[in-house]
Ligand binder design. Structure first.
Ligand SMILES: C[S@@+](CC[C@H](N)C(=O)[O-])C[C@H]1O[C@@H](n2cnc3c(N)ncnc32)[C@H](O)[C@@H]1O
Length: 317
């Protein structure tokens, strides 16, 4: 395959006709997230999303990048009265409980018309990291776009160079240093904010003071990190520059859980004697909570919220 702009090859590899995300096993076939794949974690994550919906006065939730509806299914099980809609690049999963809406999307930064109203909370968990973006590399004298072959192409210029200067300045670059230009992610997030008053994007990422100099572009297949392949056989992802999105509130998942009051105490030791099965359930829930809060793992993920995280009891919008 001839070398193309990396962003085009990336988009084709994930969302083209034979793209990675169109395959039947879905994201859960290759990696776990807060919403699926780790027993007990998805349920707690769903309760955090519902707590946020209550804080911002949302009466319905729309999930962009809903995978096969795993989080929506948990939200529905926890609160059947909440109106739910999923958006992803595949047809409505047959396993989705009746009553949950579904919209098919082109993928990447492109979105269809979304059925949102003034009471919608839009949630996008690990969506922005798979919105393809340009990658630039320092060649010793200039920043150049990286091509899908890994070779370097044109000199970085225009809005991409403006974004790099503002959001990813590098004082003394050395050849091989990389910059992942977050502009398409910013635009994707802003497109959601343009239609909904409460948007939450959750992802792994970085802030201006702590950018990863070597870049983060990587592939995933069957639960294992691998070299990204541009043929649809691997996921392709890069961490998100979270501070350039334009969120009103930016906090870690750990802090978000704390502020939303999602706390799971250790079960009492008495319970181990009187009701051992309940004790074990309590321990499992506590373990799931610790997993979701782990600073080096899911707890370090960023919540980019388009509105303030209101105090409990604040009147709804
Ligand atoms: C990394 S997976 C995360 C899935 C799910 N949110 C979770 O946490 O398990 C990213 C998902 O975003 C979907 N996606 C990518 N671009 C999209 C778009 N423009 N509209 C809707 N879904 C999109 C992909 O198809 C994929 O299912």
């Amino acid at each position: 395959m001839s070398a193309r702009p990396l962003i085009d090859a990336w988009a084709e590899a994930l969302y083209g006709t034979h793209g990675f995300y169109r395959q039947s096993d879905g994201p859960a076939g290759h990696f776990a997230t807060a919403g699926q794949g780790v027993p007990g974690v998805g349920e707690l994550f769903a309760s955090a999303v519902l707590a946020l919906a209550d804080r911002v006065g949302a009466t319905n939730i729309l999930e962009v990048g809903a995978g096969r509806g795993e989080l929506l299914t948990l939200l529905h099980a926890t609160r059947p009265s909440m109106r739910l809609t999923g958006v992803d690049v595949v047809a409505r999963p047959s396993t989705l409980p009746a009553g949950i809406g579904w919209v098919v999307s082109p993928g990447g930064r492109s979105l269809p018309a979304l059925p949102v109203d003034a009471q919608t909370l839009v949630v996008a968990n690990e969506w922005l990291d798979v919105v393809p973006c340009p990658v630039a590399q320092w060649d010793g004298a200039l920043w150049r776009f990286v091509l899908s072959s890994g070779a370097l192409g044109a000199v970085l210029s225009g809005p991409e160079e403006d974004w790099r200067r503002r959001w990813w300045p590098v004082d003394e670059p050395v050849p091989g240093d990389r910059v992942e230009i977050g502009l398409p992610r910013d635009q994707a997030y802003q497109a959601l904010c343009a239609v909904a008053s409460a948007v939450l994007a959750i992802d792994y990422g970085h802030l201006r003071d702590d950018r990863p100099v070597a870049g983060t572009l990587i592939g995933y297949r069957d639960g294992v990190a691998t070299t990204p392949c541009f043929d649809g056989s691997t996921d392709i992802t890069a961490h998100v520059a979270m501070d350039s999105l334009g969120a009103a509130t930016l906090l870690t998942q750990r802090d978000a859980l704390e502020q939303l009051g999602i706390r799971v105490p250790n079960p009492s030791l008495d319970l181990a004697r009187t009701a051992p099965a309940d004790y074990l359930k309590g321990l499992a829930r506590r373990t799931a909570w610790a997993f979701l809060r782990e600073p080096a793992g899911l707890g370090g993920f960023w919540w980019a919220l388009s509105c303030p995280l209101a105090e409990p009891g604040t009147p709804p919008r």
